[in-house]
Write a protein that binds this ligand. Structure first.
Ligand code: PLP
Length: 384
């Protein structure tokens, strides 16, 4: 299989699996227990906390382990709304992940107000629109996706953060796609809260983290047991946490080795093959700051839904730019926010690499993608 769907989930790194396995087989103690097995689990969690903290240049005590980024995001949104009823406004962007999209809807259902900052045609949230949306003293939280899962486009977080702080609002960054692909330093870009997901960085599914700055208030969503220093109750997923720690450590060395630049040039080569091979092909956010691994591309006239099926049969895993709702195709809300129509989204595919992909894989996938698109177009012409 040629797996080009890393933004959906990444293959677990064998080194990560190796590190976590003993915590499934031998070291199964409950980290709250005072006996040796429990203490061993506790030590492993604290080591992982340090490893995850290092990935974003945080302090270990600023990291809370969760079941994934969805939980991290829900925790921040629920806390912010409960904590400041006198500040009813939540500001997000128009290109958020479902966890924030639906969290914002719930915010409204609970009597709050939400403003969604529009994006430009590259998919970059417009800082000026944030400035206009901010209501000093009335805005509880600004929650912005740092790197977009569909397009890979990176938000101007530092600029938006400064504006939000100036207006007295706290800031949450959804850094799920950013982490491990581009360096994050919460000392330089001092967000208040930041969400991470293990399975987007070569750890298994079902583990994540929430960074809560030492300077930011927080009360837990999950209570009952007092784990994670009372900030997230529930018996810790020790194998998952150990895995996430190891994954973070590997990501730190990958970033330090400058391999993101190599990934970027491979992505560019992959994109160029598609652009050269398909008239009018257009990469979303091509000129915007972007993740090194993500290509969201429209191949005008191509049937992305059909291509997904045929590519799957040919062993290539990727995703589309539309969600199938019964018979009709709706553009993803991200492409819609960028101003694209349903037909454009219906011809859009997303390819997302990870460090596990080779150059050969990426380039042979490009050849196969073009072949598939042409084959389907010919068939369609024949049927027409
Ligand atoms: N935020 C973004 C940008 C994502 O891509 C995802 C996963 O698709 C999430 C949040 C949710 O992460 P998790 O699967 O850990 O709940």
């Amino acid at each position: 299989m040629l797996y080009l769907d890393a933004n959906a989930t990444t293959p677990p790194d064998p080194l990560v699996v190796e590190e976590m396995l003993p915590f499934l087989t031998q070291h199964y103690g409950n980290a709250s227990a005072s006996h040796a097995a429990g203490r061993r689990a506790r030590r492993a969690i604290e080591k992982a906390r340090g490893q995850v903290a290092k990935l974003i240049s945080a302090e270990a005590e600023e990291i809370i382990f969760t079941s994934g980024a969805t939980e991290s995001i829900n925790s921040v949104l629920a806390f912010a709304q409960q904590e400041w009823p006198q500040r009813p406004l939540l500001i997000t962007s128009a290109v958020e992940h479902a966890a924030v999209v639906e969290g914002a809807e719930r915010w409204e259902q609970r009597g709050g107000r939400v403003k969604r900052v529009p994006v430009d045609e590259s998919g970059i949230p417009r800082p000026q629109a944030l400035r206009e949306a901010l209501e000093p003293g009335l805005t509880a939280l600004v929650s912005v996706i740092w790197a977009n899962n569909e397009t890979g486009v990176i938000s101007p977080m530092a600029e938006m953060l400064a504006m939000a702080h100036e207006a007295g609002a706290l800031v949450h960054a959804d850094a799920v796609q950013m982490a491990g692909k581009v360096g994050i330093d919460v000392k330089t870009v001092p967000v208040d809260y930041l969400s991470l997901s293990g399975h987007k960085m070569h750890a298994p599914k079902g583990v994540g983290a929430l960074f809560v700055s030492r300077h930011a208030p927080f009360r837990p969503l999950l209570i009952g047991g007092g784990q994670e220093s009372g900030r997230r109750s529930g018996t810790e997923n020790v194998p998952g946490i150990v895995a996430m720690g190891k994954a973070a450590e590997l990501a730190v060395s990958w970033l330090a080795g400058g391999q993101a630049a190599e990934m970027t040039s491979l992505r560019d080569e992959f994109e160029q093959l598609l652009i050269d091979g398909w008239p009018g092909a257009r990469v979303h956010g091509a000129n915007a700051p972007r993740l090194p691994n993500t290509t969201s591309i429209c191949l005008p006239g191509a049937d992305a839904a059909g291509m997904l099926i045929v590519l799957d049969q040919r062993g290539i895993a990727c995703s589309g730019g539309s969600a199938c709702h019964t018979a009709s195709l709706h553009p993803s809300h991200v492409l819609e926010a960028m101003g694209f129509e349903a037909a454009h989204a219906g011809s859009t595919l997303r390819f997302s690499m990870s460090r596990m992909n080779t150059r050969d894989e990426a380039l042979s996938a490009a050849v196969e993608i073009l072949r598939t698109a042409k084959h389907l177009a010919e068939q369609k012409g024949f049927l027409d």
